[in-house]
Design a protein around this ligand. Structure first.
Ligand code: NAD
Length: 478
């Protein structure tokens, strides 16, 4: 079917776009086709969202909440089908895909609950003749651009609070996960959303993504993706409110008093879940010299336990990487680290014997140096790079000497030390004694100021507030 755009409540193709086959990362097989839309299709979607805006913002909050619940039910009714497509197109194991779709159901239900309690304030004034209050009002038409690593849940992190708050939306998904975006949109459309309230346009980020963020017809931007794209979007959308969730690069810190069993288990899951393609992955691991060798052995044992293969099969715990770009980056970062002195304890190269060349061995590297790209940049692959440290000061110094500041994890049994890390780590989130991937829907999530990991917070009421204007009303009374 050539219609992968949903504009003004109708499925549409794009005569000015191109229609191309989509391949699965699992084995390279053709699994469908998508439209690479033109700027014209994006502009039509913006017009549809604009037209729907006045009506949707006037729908009562309680009725919008009911619609969010209907959407949640529609997705829940297709959970297995969506999860199967997510696995086929993205490459993550089916159990991870099923969990992700379940979370997107929860996301709509959470937005339905929380929007009812999005209360403003009454504000005491210096002037006795004034009464002042604040209201949360929708911002208007949102441009939402999303990545391929969580292609169901990340869009919902914007769509659910955005719609619940009364915004209308034009959404562009990542090209390598557009089929699952179309399937998600079909489920959402079953919930009788008024035409134009949510519009989907598939295609290249540099075309449709650029159009929707920069066009004066959109009022605000929600973006999750790489820091490089985020910076471009910030410029193109200058002046619009921007909720930006960008890349991450840890670190995870294993201190000399850590419970090593717990630390290795949690860190390995931070390295290998979704084949390491998570913004909060355990991208670099700073290990105290006293426990380094034992920790490295435990990490190797964890890596040996990873079952790499066809992610549709029971028992497989890691599938292929999503696309050739990320596969090339992972291989080049590992080769660069080895060239600069690191040694693979296990893994270290693309895995042979699989039906596509996107499979990478679960890898543990020791002796990683601070100049290595795997330390300085986000790698986004199934690699655990270990860097030796001798002190807390060195951990802080290495943590700070990085352009990213999203999520860190620290393993220690000393509460004073834990609080020092909580207060001083240059990351938006600090997990004590758990995987860097620990996450729940309602918890504020985002990067630290001064870093390249984004601005603002998604998650529960934080996303709702971020996707609203705070309007101030003043009354003069006699
Ligand atoms: P990406 O930046 O390459 O693409 C993200 C989206 O932006 C895609 O839909 C793409 O088509 C679009 N895009 C590309 N160029 C554009 C342009 N010029 N204008 C507008 N849109 C454009 O990122 P990716 O490779 O899809 O995703 C991986 C990145 O996302 C990683 O860096 C990861 O850390 C980050 N991420 C962050 C979070 C978070 O919450 N902080 C969560 C998941 C992923």
């Amino acid at each position: 079917m050539s219609e992968t755009n949903f504009i003004g409540g109708r499925w549409r193709g794009d005569a000015d776009g191109e229609f191309k086959t989509v391949h699965s990362p699992i084995d390279g097989s053709a699994i469908g086709a998508m439209t690479w839309s033109s700027r014209g299709a994006a502009t039509e979607a913006i017009a549809a969202a604009r037209q729907a805006q006045a009506g949707w913002r006037k729908v009562s909050v309680w009725d919008r909440a009911k619609t969010m619940r209907r959407i949640g039910e529609a997705i829940a009714g297709r959970q297995a089908e969506l999860a199967a497509l997510l696995t086929l197109e993205q490459g993550k194991p089916y159990a991870e895909a099923f969990f992700e779709v379940g979370k997107s159901v929860d996301g709509f239900n959470l937005a339905a609950d929380l929007v009812k309690y999005l209360e403003g304030n009454t504000i005491p004034t210096e002037d006795p003749g004034k009464r002042v209050m604040t209201f949360y009002r929708p911002r208007g038409v949102y441009a939402v651009v999303t990545p391929w690593n969580f292609p169901v849940n990340i869009p919902v992190e914007y769509i659910a609070p955005g719609l619940a708050a009364g915004n209308t939306i034009v959404w562009t998904p990542a090209p390598t996960t557009s089929l699952v975006a179309v399937a998600l949109m079909r489920a959402i459309a079953e919930a009788d959303l008024p035409p134009g309230v949510l519009n989907l346009v598939t295609g290249a980020g540099a075309v449709v993504g650029d159009e929707i963020v920069s066009n004066p017809g959109t009022d605000a931007v929600g973006f999750t993706g790489s820091a490089a794209t985020g910076k471009q979007i910030s410029l193109r959308a200058a002046g619009k409110p921007q909720l930006m969730e960008l890349g991450g690069n840890g670190p995870v810190v294993i201190l000399d008093d850590a419970d090593l069993d717990r630390a290795a288990r949690a860190t390995a899951s931070g390295c290998f879940v979704n084949a390491g393609q998570v913004c909060s992955s355990s991208e670099r691991i700073l290990v105290h010299r006293k426990v380094h060798d034992e920790f490295a052995e435990r990490m190797a044992a964890e890596a040996r336990g990873v079952v790499l293969g066809d992610p549709r099969k029971d028992g497989v715990t890691m599938g292929p990487l999503n696309n050739a770009g990320v596969a090339a980056k992972v291989a080049s970062h590992v080769a660069d680290a080895v060239r600069r002195g690191a040694s693979p304890v296990i893994g270290g190269k693309p895995a042979g014997g699989h039906p596509s060349d996107l499979y990478f061995e679960p890898t543990v590297l020791t002796g990683v140096t601070r100049e290595a790209l795997i330390n300085t940049e986000e790698t986004f692959g199934p690699v655990a790079p270990l860097i030796v440290i001798d002190s807390d000061e060195q951990a802080f110094e290495l943590a700070g000497d990085n352009r990213y500041g999203l999520v860190s994890s620290v393993f220690t049994q000393d509460i004073d030390r834990a609080f020092r890390y909580i207060e001083e780590m240059p990351t938006g989130i600090v997990n004590i004694n758990d995987t860097s991937n620990y996450w729940e829907l309602h918890i504020p999530f985002g990067g630290m100021s001064g870093k390249d990991s984004g601005t603002g917070r998604v998650g529960g009421r934080h996303a709702l507030m971020a996707m609203c204007d705070l309007k101030t009303a003043t009354f003069s009374v006699k």
